[in-house]
Design a binder for this molecule. Structure first.
Ligand SMILES: [Zn+2]
Length: 349
């Protein structure tokens, strides 16, 4: 096993410091714990802190390891980007400055092994998964906007929906290829779970309850309980700023910006924005629509969804935005929000 990821046996509960920060400080780097379960023939893998500023999964894992509970099957708990997480102030760095986003390094980490520490950690995690042949992989994250907890996966299979249901009621069916961990796991159901906003108590509670359910449940993939429904949202379009445009988040038009978006826009995550609703203000320097909306085929669909009415940018048709970021830098370089289609409701058969 690579020294990029240190794999330990289950700690005795007394060996895990009570303070999660002391636990983090004591780690030598990316770390995993293999906790023996009642059924040793099966294994589940949970990963946390691929992003150093998303601590809910780590806090849940710390509490769970301290509890000393024997899981239903073997559990492997991974804490990935320890180096980024503990940069001062703790839990504020997504990645180590100047280095790659770890959750974009799983595209083909085997090609880049040894090139940088992130690729080596990614490689070691995939190696561990290959070796252990788990029945499920769940990667726990937070996000920057207000969202309900939701899972992201490449295939809305019954198994993936059952994993999603341990944490929330939404499954985002993604077709994006970003180099994320879940894209690299094909041997078993794998989902990313976004439990809510970093630093939010509700997000920490969801991570904790979901992790316990995930590791302590005998049969993970039984049909969902009656009345439990997971909504499948297909994620075909990504909205971002056109090149060279400036975005400002504020409550009124900022004439220096090409686009001003309300700074509480994330209240509308997972809600339908009706036709005619104002989604932002367009500044005088903008001759066109400042947003582009790229579909799976790479076409810009902005003109189908948005129109300019004087200084307002207005929805031409209803749409549901998810994963709205309130960070103008991310919105400009990566994505402001995704537009989803509601596929169908899944419920117990
Ligand atoms: Zn993340």
């Amino acid at each position: 096993m690579s020294d990029a990821l240190r794999v330990h046996d289950a700690p005795r509960c007394n060996d895990v410091p009570e303070d999660p920060l002391a636990f983090l400080e004591g780690l030598e780097g990316a770390s995993a714990w293999h906790v023996a379960g009642r059924d040793r023939s099966r294994t589940r893998v949970v990963t946390t802190l691929l992003h150093g500023n998303e601590p809910s999964g780590f806090l849940a894992m710390h509490a769970w390891l301290r509890s000393g509970v024997v899981p239903a099957v073997d559990a492997i708990c991974v804490v990935a980007n320890v180096e980024a997480a503990r940069l001062h102030p703790v839990f504020t760095h997504r990645s180590v400055p100047g280095r790659r986003d770890l959750n974009r390094c799983f595209g083909d980490p085997r090609d880049t092994e040894g090139v940088d520490p992130e690729a080596r950690i990614a490689h070691a995690i995939l190696d561990l998964i290959d070796h252990q042949r788990p029945e499920a992989v769940v990667d726990l994250h937070n996000n920057t906007g207000r969202n309900p907890a939701y899972a992201i996966g490449l295939d809305p299979s019954r198994e993936a929906l059952a994993l999603a249901a341990r944490f929330g009621r939404h499954f985002v069916w993604s077709h994006l290829r970003l180099g994320a961990l879940l894209e690299a796991v094909s041997s078993c159901p794998a989902v990313t779970v976004e439990v809510g906003k970093s630093g939010d108590d509700a997000a920490d509670r969801i991570a904790r309850a979901g992790l316990s359910a995930l590791l302590e449940t005998e049969s993970l993939f039984e049909p969902l309980d009656r009345g439990v429904e997971v909504r499948i949202l297909r994620m075909p379009m990504r909205a971002r700023m056109r090149p060279g445009r400036r975005l400002v988040m504020a409550q009124a038009l900022d004439p220096s910006a090409h686009l001003t978006m309300p700074d509480d826009l994330d209240r509308h995550n997972f809600e339908v924005v009706p036709a005619g609703a104002r989604v932002g203000w367009v500044g005088p320097a903008e001759a066109d629509c400042p947003l582009e909306l790229i579909d799976e085929a790479g076409r810009d669909r902005a003109a189908d969804y948005f129109e300019r009415q004087h200084d307002a940018l207005v929805a031409r048709r209803p749409f549901m935005p998810i994963m709205i970021t309130m960070d103008a830098a991310i919105a400009t370089s990566d994505c402001l929000f995704y537009v989803v289609h509601d596929v169908r409701q899944s419920s117990s058969e």
